[in-house]
Design a protein around this ligand. Structure first.
Ligand code: DQA
Length: 188
C-alpha cells in the first residue's frame, strides 16, 4: 500500500514522488465550527473556506518536504484522540482549538501528555476580543501561539514548527554520544 496522508473529511492523498520515510510529519487540527470557515462571521474569520486553507497548508508542506495530516472536528473527545494518536506517528502538532481553547483542560492535558512540540493558531486576535477569549488553556503547553494573522498564521506556524523540529533534530545529533571505539570498529 502506498504511503499516504489524510486530508479532512476522509479524503486521502497519496504521497507525491520524492517523499521519503525520514520526512517530518505534522498533524494539523482544526477545532469546532472551523468547518464553517468562509461563511461564518466573515468580518472576523474572513472568506477563505477550510478546504482552501487546507490546500494552502498542503502546498507549503510540499515545499518544506513535510508530511501533513489535516483534520477538523467539532468534538472535543475526537480532538483528544487525534492528539493522543499523534504521539507515535507525528513529530509535531499545529492546532486551532477554536472555542475549546478557552474551556478545554482535556485538550491541554492531551498535548502535555504526548509531549510533542505544538503550535497554537487563531485566525482572529483572541486578545483583542471578548474577555473570555483572552484565556488560553493551550498556550501553557504550546511552544508558541500565533493569533490575529488570519490564514497566514497557519503557514507561519508550519514554517516555525518545521524550523523548530529541524533544529531539535540537529541538536540531538550533535549531543548524541560518539560511538565507542569498539562499536566504531564493528565489534560486538
Ligand atoms: C478562533 C478564536 C476562538 O475564540 C473562537 O472560538 C474560534 C476561532 C480563531 O481562530 O480566531 O472558533 O480560534
Amino acid at each position: 500500500m502506498p504511503t499516504c496522508w489524510t486530508l479532512p473529511r476522509g479524503i486521502v492523498r497519496t504521497h507525491p514522488a520524492g517523499e521519503h520515510k525520514d520526512m517530518l510529519r505534522i498533524r494539523v487540527l482544526h477545532g469546532p465550527n472551523l468547518n464553517l470557515l468562509g461563511t461564518r462571521e466573515q468580518s472576523i474569520y474572513g472568506t477563505l473556506s477550510l478546504d482552501a486553507l487546507d490546500s494552502a497548508i498542503t502546498k507549503l508542506a510540499k515545499e518544506l518536504a513535510v508530511k501533513v495530516d489535516l483534520r477538523q472536528s467539532n468534538s472535543e473527545g475526537e480532538l483528544v484522540t487525534w492528539i493522543q494518536e499523534a504521539r507515535t506517528k507525528y513529530d509535531g502538532i499545529i492546532i486551532n482549538p477554536a472555542a475549546y481553547t478557552h474551556t478545554s483542560i482535556a485538550i491541554r492535558d492531551a498535548i502535555a501528555a504526548v509531549g510533542l512540540p505544538t503550535v497554537e493558531v487563531h485566525l482572529s486576535n483572541i486578545h483583542q476580543r471578548e474577555e473570555f477569549r483572552h484565556r488560553s488553556h493551550i498556550a501553557g503547553v504550546a511552544i508558541g501561539q500565533i493569533s490575529g494573522l488570519g490564514p497566514t498564521g497557519y503557514l507561519l506556524a508550519l514554517r516555525g514548527l518545521h524550523d523548530h523540529l529541524i533544529a531539535s533534530q540537529r541538536q540531538k545529533k550533535t549531543t548524541a554520544p560518539a560511538p565507542s571505539r569498539r562499536t566504531a570498529k564493528g565489534m560486538k
